[in-house]
Design a protein around this ligand. Structure first.
Ligand SMILES: NC(=O)c1ccc[n+]([C@@H]2O[C@H](COP(=O)([O-])OP(=O)(O)OC[C@H]3O[C@@H](n4cnc5c(N)ncnc54)[C@H](O)[C@@H]3O)[C@@H](O)[C@H]2O)c1
Length: 397
C-alpha cells in the first residue's frame, strides 16, 4: 500500500497556505503543470518522492474564516493571483481542507498578530506546556483520522516579533523548564515546533519567526529521531541577492552599497507594517550579504505596506559597485512577483524533501534544504548555486 503523508500548515487560512491547498488540489486533479516546483525537476525523478495524490493537508489558524472564501479572495479582482475557474474546480478539496483546520495558539505573538486572532477561535491556554499538549492533540487526531504514515508541520503563520525577554536556552532541559511557568517566554512558533518534534513529526519554518532555531530544539529533534529546517522562505528579492552577490564576488567587483525597497499590500505586509514584526523580516533579508561577500557593504532594506498592491510585491534594488581602477558602476533591478504563488510550490517541495529525509532515517537539521531559505539553520552558506548543489548531492547520494 502506498504511503500517506500529512502536510500540517500553521497559518492555514493565510495567502501562502491557501495557495498551497489550491496548488495541491490542482496537481491531484492534473489541472496544472509542474512549473515552479523544484521537486519536479528531472534530477529528482529517481528519488521516489511522495506522489501528490498521497498528500493530505490540515492546519491551525487563529482567524475564523473558511478556505474556499480565502481562495476566492486570491482569485478576485484585476490583480488576481489565481484564476477564478481553478478555485471553482478545487472547491470540494478546499471544503475538506477547511474541516481539518483547528484553532491555534497566540502565545507571545505580539499585539499586531493578536489583533488578527478571533478570540473565540483561539485555544485558551495557561502555560506553554498546555499549548504544546493541545497542539499535539490536534496533530495526533489528524494523523490518525487521515491514516498518515508521517506528518510534516510547516510554519506559514504571520511573522512574530523577535522575543525580547528570551535568554537563549542552550539545552532541551532548560527549554522544558520554561514550558511550565505562567509567563513562558517562548513564542507560538517555537511551541508549535516543540509539539511537532516531540511527536517525531518533521518541522519546517517558512517564516523568520524563532520556530526551531534554538540549539535546544535541534537536540529535541535528534532525541525524537526527526528532522527540522528553516528559516524564512527565499522566494523573491533575497533569492536574487543570493544569485547575484556571489557573481560579483567571483569577478572581484566590490559592492559598496546594496539598497532594496519592497512594497506590497497583503496581510503579511500589514503585519510587517508593525516595526517590531518588520525588524524580524528585515534582519533576515539583510544578514546574508556579509557572509557571501566576506565584508559588509552599506545596506538598507525597507518594507512598506501599500494596500492596493495586494499579493503583488515589487522590489527595487540599487547595487552600487566598484570595478578596476576604482571606477563606480550601478546595477538596478525591479522584481515584481506574486508572493503566495512564489512561495506555495516551495512549501510543497519542502514537504516532499523532508518526508524523504525522514524515510531515509535522517535526523536533526536538514542543511541540504538551505537553498529554500533566507536564513538557513545549520549552515553559513547563502550562495544559491552552492546551496542547490547541496540539494542535488543529497538527492544523488
Ligand atoms: N513569498 C512569500 O509569500 C513568503 C516568503 C517568505 C516568508 N513568508 C512568510 O510566510 C508567512 C505566511 O505568509 P502569508 O503571505 O501567507 O501571510 P498571511 O498573513 O496571509 O497568513 C498568515 C496566517 O497566519 C495566521 N496566524 C498568525 N498567527 C498564528 C498563530 N499563532 N497560529 C496559527 N495561525 C496564525 C493568520 O491568521 C493568517 O491566516 C509569513 O510569516 C511570511 O513572512 C512568505
Amino acid at each position: 500500500m502506498s504511503r500517506r503523508v500529512g502536510l500540517w500548515m500553521i497559518g492555514a487560512h493565510g495567502g501562502v497556505a491557501t495557495s498551497v491547498a489550491v496548488g495541491l488540489a490542482a496537481l491531484q486533479r492534473q489541472l496544472t503543470e509542474s512549473c515552479g516546483l523544484v521537486s519536479e525537476l528531472p534530477i529528482f525523478e529517481e528519488l521516489n518522492l511522495i506522489d501528490w495524490e498521497n498528500m493530505v493537508v490540515g492546519g491551525h489558524d487563529i482567524r475564523q474564516t473558511d478556505s474556499l472564501s480565502e481562495a476566492k479572495k486570491l482569485a478576485s479582482g484585476m490583480m488576481a493571483a489565481i484564476r477564478p475557474g481553478l478555485v471553482e474546480q478545487c472547491s470540494e478539496f478546499l471544503n475538506e481542507f477547511n474541516q481539518r483546520i483547528r484553532p491555534g495558539i497566540l502565545l507571545n505573538c505580539g499585539p499586531t498578530i493578536e489583533q488578527l486572532g478571533h478570540e473565540s477561535y483561539v485555544q485558551e491556554v495557561e502555560s506553554g506546556r498546555q499549548a504544546v499538549q493541545q497542539i499535539q492533540a490536534d496533530l495526533r487526531n489528524f494523523a490518525t483520522e487521515e491514516q498518515c504514515d508521517s506528518v510534516i508541520v510547516i510554519n506559514l503563520a504571520s511573522t512574530e516579533p523577535i522575543p525580547a525577554e528570551l535568554q537563549v536556552p542552550q539545552s532541551w532541559d532548560e527549554v522544558d523548564m520554561l514550558l511550565d511557568g505562567t509567563d513562558c517566554p517562548l513564542p507560538a512558533s517555537t511551541l508549535y515546533a516543540i509539539a511537532a518534534l516531540q511527536l517525531g513529526f518533521g518541522y519546517v519554518n517558512f517564516t523568520p519567526s524563532l520556530g526551531s532555531s534554538l540549539p535546544a530544539l535541534e537536540q529535541l529533534a535528534v532525541q525524537n529521531q526527526t528532522v527540522h529546517a528553516g528559516c524564512d522562505g527565499k522566494t523573491g528579492e533575497t533569492f536574487m541577492k543570493s544569485v547575484l552577490a556571489p557573481a560579483f564576488a567571483r569577478r572581484n567587483l566590490q559592492i559598496m552599497s546594496w539598497v532594496g525597497h519592497n512594497i506590497f499590500g497583503n496581510m503579511d505586509g500589514q503585519v510587517l507594517n508593525d516595526p517590531v514584526n518588520k525588524k524580524t523580516k528585515v534582519d533576515s533579508k539583510d544578514q546574508l550579504l556579509r557572509q557571501m561577500l566576506g565584508y559588509q557593504p552599506d545596506t538598507h532594506t525597507s518594507i512598506e505596506y501599500i494596500r492596493s498592491l495586494g499579493d503583488w510585491k515589487t522590489a527595487w534594488d540599487h547595487v552600487h559597485f566598484q570595478g578596476f581602477l576604482g571606477t563606480p558602476m550601478v546595477l538596478q533591478f525591479t522584481w515584481q512577483g506574486c508572493d503566495s504563488i512564489l512561495a506555495a510550490p516551495l512549501v510543497l517541495d519542502l514537504c516532499r524533501f523532508s518526508e524523504m529525509a525522514l524515510r531515509r532515517g535522517e535526523v536533526g537539521t536538514l542543511t541540504f534544504l538551505s537553498s529554500f531559505f533566507k536564513s538557513p539553520i545549520g549552515t553559513q552558506e547563502n550562495d544559491f548555486v552552492e546551496q542547490f548543489q547541496l540539494l542535488t548531492d543529497w538527492a544523488t547520494a
